[in-house]
Design a protein around this ligand. Structure first.
Ligand code: GDP
Length: 437
């Protein structure tokens, strides 16, 4: 059970009570503590947190008029936020070129993150390059090359060279000659911390003098994540942590414990395999997320990145004129897919995380819809009214779907258009005008 579910359960015991008392605070803090420990927060840290929460809650006795459950949530949220560091921290980009060193265990998500960070910096207009220094896993070089191609970022690699320090130095020289301002160095990871790997990454650090060292850790590894973070920090004295795989069933506990144990900020979180699934770490949002309040702000930011404003305005105009057609719909589906995994997105909506936890939703749900739309002619897409039974048959055959499925799609699309029409009428009558402005 996730930390979020547990805490929701703990707060339930406070619901309906009109004041916070010694007794119900004691019972609830115990639940909170158990929830934190279950979510891999180190016991001592969990105890510190809950002791402080208890004190704060008791100090606020005066707030009897406020619903105690809500107040308690607020106290816990503030405390968790404070513990994870109150502000989101940026990375340091200094030097010519600036070097960002990426370290962590194999499978933690280093290579994927290196690609994501490169894509993010490129989007900000930076001249960025990737260096493949994982010489033990031959596939790692190819993986980085594929990612590089996908995001349009150059990857420096020397597949025959077995000296990671030398490759890294060549990469820097290459970057200097080719006007690259930032080099992201993806290093090797082993399955468990071992001396040779630590020595190598330490040597790379000495040789390159990076302005930023990021330690990547899989949030699903629980207490182990904390121990690994500790070991890496002792050797590398890294600047920040990247917490990966926060989609799916991974727990929030690692974020809390790592921050407490190594006293380094968490700078990024990764929530999926796609290049877009990278967010800056916001302690307050993470606390909200842990507490089941959803992560609407991240959702909105993700949407802003993926959606083209010009396109949105064009669509809005079409909707107003009742001209929204299947081509527009197809475009919308593609934009949603660009935002990342649909399940992750729904999970960011408050209250939805637990509800969809066990559901099998993924972007492939769009495939049959796209296939049917793609089997329509241009004319049909623009004027769905044209689609009679013989056309339906052709669309069904073309997309490998049944006529019933085609009918369902047409019906749903029609309902969507009716809804848009209704909103237009209401807006024209001034009812929605304010709300939609
Ligand atoms: P590396 O060995 O540290 O370089 O790890 P990779 O970048 O190759 O990642 C290992 C696996 O985890 C790959 O299958 C990735 O697609 C996957 N992965 C990486 N980051 C995430 C994430 O945030 N969420 C999920 N679900 N998978 C991830």
């Amino acid at each position: 059970q996730s930390l979020q579910d547990k805490l929701n359960g703990a707060f339930r015991t406070l619901k309906g009570k009109d004041r916070i008392t010694d007794i119900n605070v004691a019972a609830t803090t115990k639940e909170v503590r158990r929830a934190l420990v279950d979510a891999d927060v180190n016991f001592k840290i969990a105890k510190d947190i809950t002791d402080r929460i208890r004190e704060t809650a008791m100090d606020r006795k005066i707030l009897i008029s406020v619903e105690p459950g809500q107040m308690f949530v607020k106290i816990v949220q503030e405390e968790l936020t404070r513990l994870m560091g109150s502000n989101s921290e940026s990375i340091s980009i200094k030097g010519d070129p600036a070097v960002i060193l990426i370290a962590g265990l194999q499978g933690s998500g280093k290579t994927t993150f290196s690609g994501k960070l490169a894509a993010m910096l490129k989007k900000q207009g930076k001249q960025v390059m990737l260096a493949a220094c994982d010489i033990y896993r031959p596939a790692a070089i190819d993986q980085l090359k594929v990612l590089g191609e996908q995001i349009g970022v150059e990857v420096y690699a020397e597949p025959e060279n077995k000296n990671a320090v030398a490759i890294a130095q060549q990469a820097i020289a290459y970057a200097r000659q080719n006007g690259k301002k930032i080099v992201i160095v993806d290093t090797a990871g082993r399955l468990a911390v071992d001396e040779a790997m630590m020595q190598e990454v330490e040597d790379i650090k000495k040789a390159l003098n990076p302005s930023e060292i990021l330690f990547v850790v899989d949030s699903m590894t629980g207490q182990d994540a904390v121990n690994t973070a500790k070991t890496f920090n002792e050797r590398l004295n890294f600047d920040g942590v990247v917490l990966t795989k926060l989609d799916g069933d991974s727990r929030g506990g690692a974020a809390l414990s790592i921050r407490q144990v190594v006293e380094k900020p968490i700078k990024f979180i990764s929530t999926g395999e796609k290049m877009e699934a990278l967010d800056l770490f916001h302690p307050d949002r993470m606390a909200s997320r842990i507490l089941g309040m959803g992560d609407v702000i991240s959702l909105v930011e993700r949407a802003q990145q993926a959606f083209d404003e010009e396109e949105a305005r064009r669509l809005n105009a079409k909707m107003r004129q009742n001209k929204f057609d299947f081509d527009d719909f197809l475009g919308q589906l593609q934009q949603i897919k660009k935002m990342g995994n649909v399940k992750d997105l729904i999970g960011m909506i408050p209250g939805m995380g637990a509800a969809i936890k066990n559901l099998d939703i993924d972007n492939s749900s769009f495939v049959p819809i796209e296939a049917m739309i793609q089997s329509m002619t241009k004319k049909e897409r623009a004027n769905p009214e044209l689609i009679d039974s013989s056309r339906k048959k052709r669309i069904a055959q073309g997309s490998g779907k049944s006529i019933t499925e085609v009918n369902n799609l047409l019906k749903q699309f029609d309902e969507m258009r009716k809804m848009m029409r209704k909103m237009n009428t209401m807006q024209a009558a001034g009812k929605l005008g304010k709300a939609l402005k």
